[in-house]
Structures are given as C-alpha cells and as structure tokens.
Write a protein that binds this ligand. Structure first.
Ligand code: GMT
Length: 374
C-alpha cells in the first residue's frame, strides 16, 4: 500500500506514535509518505521506502497568521496525485482532519477518491478540540473521515461525550516496540546520576499544565525523605521554570536533574527504578507504556485512559489527581520492597507485550485494507 501519514513532527506522543507506525509499515514493505512541516524527530535515519514531504508556508507581510492548513491541504493534494497515495492517515484532529477533508474534496473534482483515516490522540479532543473556537470544524471533519480511531476506550468515550459524532470510533491502542526498550543499563551513566547507589525516579513529558509536573517534584521530595534517591526530568515546555523554582524552594535542586528533550528514552529508562506520571488527563500515556516495556513500574494518576495502561497493584499504582501523599507512599512502598518491585517489573513487561508493535500494526493494516480498491 502507499500510505500518506500526517502528524506533528515533535516529541509529543501523537507524533512519536505516527512516526513509529510509519517506520513499522515501511519495514513491512509499504511505501510511506510523511507530510508535515519538519522532519519528525524519530525519523532521523534513511529508510528505503519512507518519503518526507515538507509543508512550506510562504511568508507574506499581510499574514499575521501563516495559513498552515491551506498549505497542508495543497501539499496533501500534490503528494497524493504525484505518488499515487492509496489513503491518508492523519494523526491529531486539529488541523489535520479538516485539511484532509479539503484535500479530499479537491481530489474528488479530479476523479480521485482519497480515503481519510483520522486517529484521535487526546488533547485534540479533551483540551483544544472542545474549545468552541475549534469545535464545529473538529466535529465536522471527524464525522467526514472515512474511519476514526482513538487510542483508548476512554478517549473514544470522551469524544462521544464532547462532540456529536455519528460514526463508529474504533479503538486501536497505542503500541511500543518491547524489544527496543529491553536495554541493559549503562553502568557509567547510572554512576553519574546516582553515584552512591541512590534510587532513580523519572518523569518525561512536554511540561504542559496538564502534566502537573510540580506534583512530580512534590512526590519526589516526600520519597527522598524516606529513600535516598534522584529525580530525572526529561523533556521541556512551559511549566519547566515552575518545576525548577519548586525544586529550589524545597531545597532538593541538587537531586533533580533536568535533562531536556532526549531521543534515547530507552537508555534513560534502563537506569531508572520508577516512573512518575501525575497528569490531569492522559488519553493513554505512551511514556508510561514505554516505561513498563523497560521494566520500570509506574506511579500515575487514575485520569483518562491511564487505568487501561497502568494496572493498579500489578504494573504500578494509581492515585487520584493531586494526591501526592498517596503517590509518594506507593513509591516508597515499591522502592523499599525488593520482591514486590521485582514482581511489578515482570508484570509491567508482560502487560506491555499486549501492546507490542507486532500486535497493533496488523490492526492498522486491516483497517487500511478495508479501503483498498483491489
Ligand atoms: O501529552 C501531550 O501533551 C502530547 C499529546 C500529543 O498529542 O502528542 O499526547 C497525547 O497523545 C499520546 C499518543 O497517543 C497519548 O499517549 C497521550 O496520553 C496524549 N496526551 C493527553 O491526552 C494529554
């Protein structure tokens, strides 16, 4: 098949998922065309049957707001016509689903039928999408998609709750390449981070408000009282200064390391003991799944789709949003109980296997196949 993939090229979960999906499809012999404004972060090597088409928005003094959606729809039309694309798979509804709808209409005038598959990822529905500035367009373009998928049962339910959707939303869970995350720890790296054998707690996100990164710092501060430990914060975003400030105020800054954006998450997870995810909402929580695949138990909130990924008392623990006391109690419990920790690690790896790339990719292929003409 010749598949066009439209996504955000950044470190966000939707972009990571879309890029990994494209790579896996290419590996299985499909031709994959990425259409976005920048080379996706996880697409750094050369792949024989992967193509990247950059969306360029011309600058013009009249534009206070460069018309990205128009440029994107035009690029979609160009790529579909010139590369005989069979279908477009767009990740994150805004503005990808509406741009795809525009491209579909333009192509129909040329006698080309272009199936559009929209995958909803989370904030396109729960945060940005339902804002009334966007809602009518989001509702319309989701309904006009030929197939709609969501990355968890919770996100499918949230979509029905927030929008008037008259089509079936199919759930295809996010995936992880378990093999890639089964890394041996690099001892030298571990010694630099935890020179005296301290436990290593880790959090990774885009540091947006929804992640409640200050709760991560608060949980760590409580854990550190009971267990000698270090905290790694991976990623960057608007709430980072607040997290840094809090770490200074709590006098724990020397035990907290801000690593910024990192590509080799598997190496960081390989030296980590516990993953913290304190979000207000996660449709899925791809980073939590990656942690589990690496054998790192997860302490998270019970928001959104997180209970579908992190199994309470099995792969980690769940607590109410903002309950830093409960999260730190759970963390100390695991960090001080070697046997339990070992069981949770094993259970996490086992559970992650049910989301393994080899199980999920065929679900997307089967979906695409429904739209193939022969
Ligand atoms: O979490 C973010 O802010 C990034 C966002 C995205 O769209 O890239 O992540 C969303 O999609 C991921 C991949 O499907 C999910 O694992 C995340 O849970 C989801 N984020 C939220 O729902 C807040």
């Amino acid at each position: 098949m010749r598949i066009g993939i439209v996504c955000y090229p950044t470190f966000g979960g939707s972009g990571v998922l879309a890029t990994e999906l494209g790579k896996a499809l290419a590996h299985k012999g499909h031709e994959v065309h990425f259409i976005t404004y920048q080379q996706p972060v996880r697409l750094s090597e050369f792949y024989a049957n992967i193509f990247y088409h950059e969306v360029r928005v011309p600058h013009y003094p009249l534009f206070d707001y460069p018309p990205y959606e128009t440029a994107l729809a035009s690029t979609m039309v160009d790529v579909v016509v010139n590369h005989k694309i069979d279908l477009l798979h767009v990740h994150y509804a805004i503005p990808h689903a509406s741009a795809a709808y525009m491209a579909k209409l333009i192509l129909a005038k040329q006698g080309i039928d272009l199936p559009i598959i929209t995958t909803l990822h989370g904030t396109d529905i729960t945060l940005v999408g339902k804002d009334k500035t966007f809602a009518p367009v989001v509702t319309f373009s989701i309904n006009e998609s030929d197939a709609i998928t969501a990355v968890s049962d919770n996100l499918a339910a949230e979509t029905y709750r927030n929008f008037k959707i008259d089509k079936k939303i199919e759930v295809i869970y996010n995936f992880v390449d378990v093999k890639r995350f089964s890394k041996k720890p690099i001892d030298a790296f571990k010694r630099v981070i935890a020179p005296n054998g301290e436990k290593i707690l880790v959090h990774a996100s885009n540091f947006r408000k929804v992640k409640r990164v200050e709760d991560v710092v608060k949980v760590f501060e409580k854990v550190r009282h009971e267990v000698p430990s270090k905290l790694l914060l991976v990623g960057d975003g608007p709430e980072r200064p607040a997290a840094e400030r809090l770490a200074r105020e709590l006098n724990i800054f020397d035990d907290v390391r801000f690593l910024g954006k990192q590509e080799r998450m598997e190496e960081i997870l390989a030296i980590s003991d516990l993953f913290l995810l304190t979000s207000d909402y996660e449709s899925f929580g791809l980073v939590a799944l990656e942690a589990m695949a690496a054998g790192v138990p997860v302490i998270s909130t019970n928001a959104g789709g997180l209970p579908e990924v992190n199994r309470h008392g099995f792969t980690g623990y769940l607590a109410d949003i903002g309950d830093v006391d409960a999260m730190s109690r759970y963390a100390v419990d695991l960090l001080t109980n070697q046997e339990k920790m070992h069981t949770f690690k094993e259970c996490g790896i086992l559970h992650a296997q049910s989301f393994d790339i080899d199980r999920i990719i065929p679900q997307y292929e089967a979906l695409y196949q429904r739209f193939m003409k022969n």
